[in-house]
Design a protein around this ligand. Structure first.
Ligand code: CA
Ligand code: CA
Length: 235
């Protein structure tokens, strides 16, 4: 009986877009995060991304969607609804327009970068940003080669990014996100999710997509978490 169960779960893992697979991965991610003692769940219920602010480990082996190290080079990103947009000091800088919708720098149609979301290599999006002024939600939208452009159903956001003028890292773990599949093609970042009611500005340092490789000590913790899972299953 136990053997059958094991083989069954392996089959589900091997299949492409089985909803059961998504659920089982989500469960593992949550248990793992709980075992590590540090995690933040997205406030929104429309996505399953796990969002961390200033995490211990950064993405490695990433593909960059923007670094903005060359003055005046927007690296293909739009300046939609961004006032006083500039690239200087190593970042994409802008203010919130008081008379229009939320600022939304976008980069589209980059499937040539071959960011394959069906692999584990690109399960984490990392954004480094500094914000000044009244805080509001930070949102990330994405499109893929099978679900193109932007939609409210492909969105992850958080209210917990500080707006203190210092740089912070926002890390989105998309492992459990059902629509994080096929090839990444579009990305949109809303540094603030609404119009300005007072002076507000942002500096985007980078946007990267990669994976987080745990430190050796964390690997040991994951091992312990795994043992705990096995023990629980045996009951
Ligand atoms: Ca596109
Ligand atoms: Ca930069």
């Amino acid at each position: 009986m136990k053997k059958m169960k094991k083989a069954h779960s392996r089959l589900l893992t091997a299949s492409g877009s089985n909803p059961v697979k998504t659920m089982s991965i989500k469960k593992t991610t949550m248990s793992l995060a709980a075992a590590m003692g540090t995690f933040a769940l997205s406030a929104s219920s429309i996505n399953a991304a796990v969002i961390s602010i200033d995490p211990t480990n950064n993405v490695t082996n990433y593909i960059s969607l923007g670094e903005w190290e060359t003055p005046n080079d927007f690296e293909g990103w739009s300046t939609t609804n961004v006032a006083n947009a500039s690239v200087s000091g190593g970042s994409y800088n802008g203010d919130v327009v008081t008379t229009a919708n939320d600022p939304q720098p976008t980069r589209t149609n980059f499937s040539n970068l071959a960011i394959n979301l069906d692999s584990d290599n690109y399960s984490v999006v990392e954004v480094r940003i500094s914000r000044t002024g009244t805080a509001s939600r930070f949102d990330l939208f994405w499109g893929t080669t099978t679900a193109n452009s932007f939609s409210g159903t492909r969105k992850a956001g958080t209210l917990t990014v500080p707006s203190d003028g210092n740089f912070h890292i926002i890390q989105f773990d998309m492992s459990a996100e059902a629509s994080w599949e096929s090839t990444l093609d579009d990305m949109r970042i809303d540094p603030f999710s609404d119009t300005a009611t007072a002076a507000r500005s942002f500096k985007l340092d980078y946007v990267r997509v990669g994976q987080v490789v745990p430190e050796p000590s964390t690997t040991a913790l994951i091992g312990l978490g795994g043992i705990a899972l096995i023990l629980r299953r045996r009951k």
